[in-house]
Design a protein around this ligand. Structure first.
Ligand code: GLN
Length: 501
């Protein structure tokens, strides 16, 4: 059977699981599978622009190596992603490939090493397809801040796929790859997953190594998977999670078997509905779908309790003080001396100014200026230190809630995907799209986004967010798995295969 006959838009979606089955039964080779995704990329990219770069020759060489291993009898028990193509966000290092964070300032810098997550994907046998588009340095919610132009939403090309991992979510949703890695500092995996109708997981802070992830806000950043099903998400998490001595914030806890079979039974699970996430500003269609999903979970046996996270209203301000402060320090290394773009000047200061002036886009500059301000002497206590204190209160709210419930259920975003251009000139409106996702990063807990409905017209996905305690990924996957097993939303595919583009 050719992979095309099992491809999206026809009958069954080419999930990671499906790829594994086809490979294991020798119904397709890794080369054929890779060719299928490359062909789809070639066909859809002029319209969607999910990738900044892909390397067909390199992908096919990896596929041939996978085929050789399969021929030798290596199984998916030993190498769980053997022969399965995946794609990587442009802020995660892949040896020998460009690493630009969708910025001009890195020029054509190539990474000399693999990020730990990439090492682990390779060890698991995955085939790396290419570099996915994003907002510059992961700052943004729409991919419009990419120096390479925005990605378009496969459900409606006039709309944003979300951001900053918009390329990852759009590529998965469009079937250009069965799964992808993104990064989430304030919602950048979950929000695009919600806007594109796929599953996205932000692991607990420290669960997945950040070694080889270009730092935006180091105390908030986490790498995580995007896929079309809960099983695939769990499998990717299992591969990339675990302690890494090269990341000082990496947690030593053993990795549980995230891929344990999912059951439609949620008896004994207590889910909290945070009052503050259902207030004004939430689009009625989104609220309706989320409430319906919660009723559905109740129908599967979960107990629903109302809880309060009283410091929620301060989340956005706290995030934008801490994230910008950390970004201003992290981005100081892009100075035109060490790597990437260099614009000469009379003296080093002029060289810095010119390089950074030309290399960074407007949003990144805004954040560096804001972050430098909140850290400056005389303002440090009033802004940065105070934000750190509020952050502790936000974390306490969550930990307190988790003494009563196993996980929280909430919307991911206040609205469905907005139009490209709609918010780009109004940073505050753009920041507000993450109002339900960023507290999770401030608290260091885990969060998952799963499709729970579509608006009628235009037909756009809606996400349900599950938030879990530190290292509570298994609970999130159990709840999401039960939901997926008893609903059909994950089977929906954007109208790409038949509309001729
Ligand atoms: N949209 C948020 C921001 O712009 C979150 C970004 C992210 O998670 N990387 O900071």
């Amino acid at each position: 059977m050719s992979p095309e006959s099992a491809s999206p838009g026809t009958t069954e979606r080419l999930t990671v699981q499906r790829c594994r089955e086809l490979l294991a039964r020798r119904e397709v080779s890794a080369r054929e599978l890779t060719q299928h995704f490359l062909a789809r990329i070639e066909r859809l990219e002029p319209r969607l622009h999910c990738f900044i770069e892909w390397d067909a020759a390199d992908a096919l060489a990896q596929a041939d190596a996978a085929d050789a291993a399969l021929k030798e009898g290596v199984t998916h028990d030993r190498r769980p992603l053997l022969g399965v193509p995946v794609a990587i966000k442009d802020n995660i290092a892949v040896r020998g490939h460009t690493l630009r964070c969708a910025s001009r300032i890195l020029g054509d810098f190539r990474s000399p090493y693999d990020a730990t997550v990439v090492e682990r994907l390779r060890a698991a046998g995955a085939i790396l397809l290419g570099r996915l588009n994003m907002d510059e340095f992961a700052m943004g919610s729409s991919t419009e801040n990419s120096a390479f132009g925005p990605t378009r939403n496969p459900w409606d090309p006039d709309r944003t796929p979300g951001g900053s991992s918009g390329g990852s979510a759009a590529a998965v949703s469009a079937g250009e790859c069965p799964a992808a890695l993104g990064s989430d500092t304030g919602g950048s995996i979950r929000q695009p997953a919600a806007f594109c109708g796929c599953v996205g997981l932000k692991p607990t802070y420290g669960r997945v190594s950040r070694y080889g992830l270009v730092a935006f806000a180091s105390s908030l950043d986490q790498i995580g998977p995007l896929a079309t099903t809960v099983e695939d998400t769990a499998l990717l998490l299992k591969v990339i999670a675990g302690h890494d001595p090269r990341d000082a914030t990496s947690l030593p806890d053993p990795v549980p078997d995230y891929t344990a079979p999912i059951e439609p039974d949620l008896r004994g699970v207590r889910l909290g509905l945070p009052r503050e996430y259902f207030g004004s500003g939430l689009a009625p269609e989104v609220e309706q779908a989320v409430r319906k999903a919660i009723e559905h979970l109740q129908g599967l046996g979960a107990e629903i309790l109302e809880v309060s996270l009283p410091h929620t209203p301060h989340g956005l301000a706290t995030y934008y003080v801490i994230a910008t402060a950390e970004a201003s320090a992290n981005l100081a290394r892009f100075d035109g001396i060490r790597y990437g773009l260099r614009v000469e000047g009379q003296d080093p200061v002029e060289l810095y100014e010119r390089t950074r002036g030309r290399g960074f886009g407007p949003e990144v500059k805004r954040r560096i200026i804001l972050g430098t301000f909140v850290l400056s002497s005389g303002y440090y206590d009033a802004y940065y230190l105070r934000a750190q204190k509020v952050r502790t209160l936000i974390r306490r709210d969550f930990l307190e809630a988790f003494t009563r419930v196993d996980a929280l259920v909430a919307p991911v975003t206040p609205t469905v995907a907005f139009r490209l251009g709609e918010k780009i000139s109004d940073p505050l409106q753009m920041y507000l799209t993450d109002v339900f996702t960023l507290s999770c990063n401030l608290a260091g807990i885990c969060g998952l986004s799963i499709p729970c409905g579509w608006t009628a017209s235009p037909c756009l996905p809606i996400g349900l967010q599950l938030l879990g305690p530190p290292l509570g990924e298994q609970t999130l996957l159990r709840v999401a798995g039960a939901y997926q097993l008893t609903t059909d939303w994950h089977r929906r595919q954007p109208p790409l295969a038949t509309d001729g583009f």
